[in-house]
Design a protein around this ligand. Structure first.
Ligand code: AMP
Length: 285
């Protein structure tokens, strides 16, 4: 597996390799089987797979966990190699932002970033979109793979690629869960044993809401209140519990394809999760 640490390395690699259709899997490292699902999807669709590992300072708020975010380059390298990844791109902050963070150019996606996680993490999506744009321009993939675990992030990146006419297929990959239903996340490492038990309530509350919607319940406000309460009872400091459409529009009775999304804090860990809640339109009014 080729190791690339700069834009120059990527250029040389691309020049000397018959890459064919290139799939990119962007990550922040500290890899788990959720990331590996993205790699599998990329391998199934592309001739060459490149994974990036970059903990992007510009997507963390001042009070967030940038300084403590877990790093394990050696472990990540082994997992990617074993999964058949062709190249890993692991730039330093200096390589990614050669003019310094204060001078960084940003890309903004309005509206979609003003809801859900965007309300609670100001500037987060601006940082994500801008680093993904840099990765896209440096690596020039034909397809890029993102997890549905970060459902809003996937929607925001699709919007950026579409609005800026980037010729890249942005693919979503289903959430990989632990045996009890908790979504795999690098941040689960922050949980104590007791918090890990309590974390179950997030997925349970989402599933409960999805069942109500599938059964025809369209009192979205009451569904959201119940989900919020379930999480609070389990000890979460809840950021949001919301029903949206799959496009992240507000729900209404004449819409279908709902998604229930939630985020909250358990101790030092901010956990997010979402589930699909298909449902058909109740009326055509
Ligand atoms: P991260 O390293 O947490 O920034 O995640 C990198 C990519 O992996 C993102 O597209 C995430 O949505 C995706 N990802 C993280 N955890 C999971 C999971 N449990 N299932 C599916 N995709 C995931």
């Amino acid at each position: 597996m080729q190791e690339l640490f700069s834009r120059h390395d990527v250029d040389v690699w691309r020049r000397h390799t018959a890459v064919g259709r290139v799939g990119l899997v962007p990550t922040m490292g500290s890899l788990h089987t959720g990331h590996m699902r993205l790699v599998e999807a990329a391998r199934a669709d592309c001739d060459t797979v490149i994974a990036s590992i970059f903990v992007n300072p510009l997507q963390f708020g001042p009070e967030e966990d940038y300084d403590n975010y877990p790093h394990d380059y050696a472990g990540d390298y082994d997992q990617l190699k074993a999964a058949g990844v062709d190249a890993v791109f692991a730039p330093s902050v200096e390589a990614m932002y050669p003019r310094g963070l204060a001078a960084a150019t940003f890309v903004e996606v309005p509206e979609l970033t003003d809801i859900l996680c965007g309300v609670h993490r100001p500037g987060h999506f601006r940082g994500v979109v801008s680093v993904v744009a840099r990765l896209f321009n440096q690596i020039r993939p034909n397809a890029a793979f993102f997890g549905e675990k970060d459902f809003q992030q996937l929607a925001v990146i699709r919007r950026m690629a579409d609005d800026l006419a980037m010729d890249i297929d942005v693919r979503g990959v289903a959430i990989e869960r632990e045996a009890d239903g908790v979504a795999r996340s690098s941040r689960n490492a922050y949980l104590t044993g007791d918090q890990r038990e309590r974390a179950l309530a997030l997925n349970r509350a989402l599933n409960e809401a999805a069942v109500c919607i599938a059964d025809g319940d369209r009192d979205f406000a009451a569904i959201e209140r119940r989900g919020h309460a379930r999480m609070t009872e389990a000890g979460f400091d809840v950021d949001y519990f919301e029903v949206r459409t799959a496009e992240l529009d507000p729900p209404s009775v004449n819409k279908s394809n709902f998604r229930v999304l939630a985020a909250g804090w358990l101790g030092a860990a901010r956990l997010i999760d979402n589930v699909a809640a298909p449902g058909t339109p109740v009326s055509a009014c």
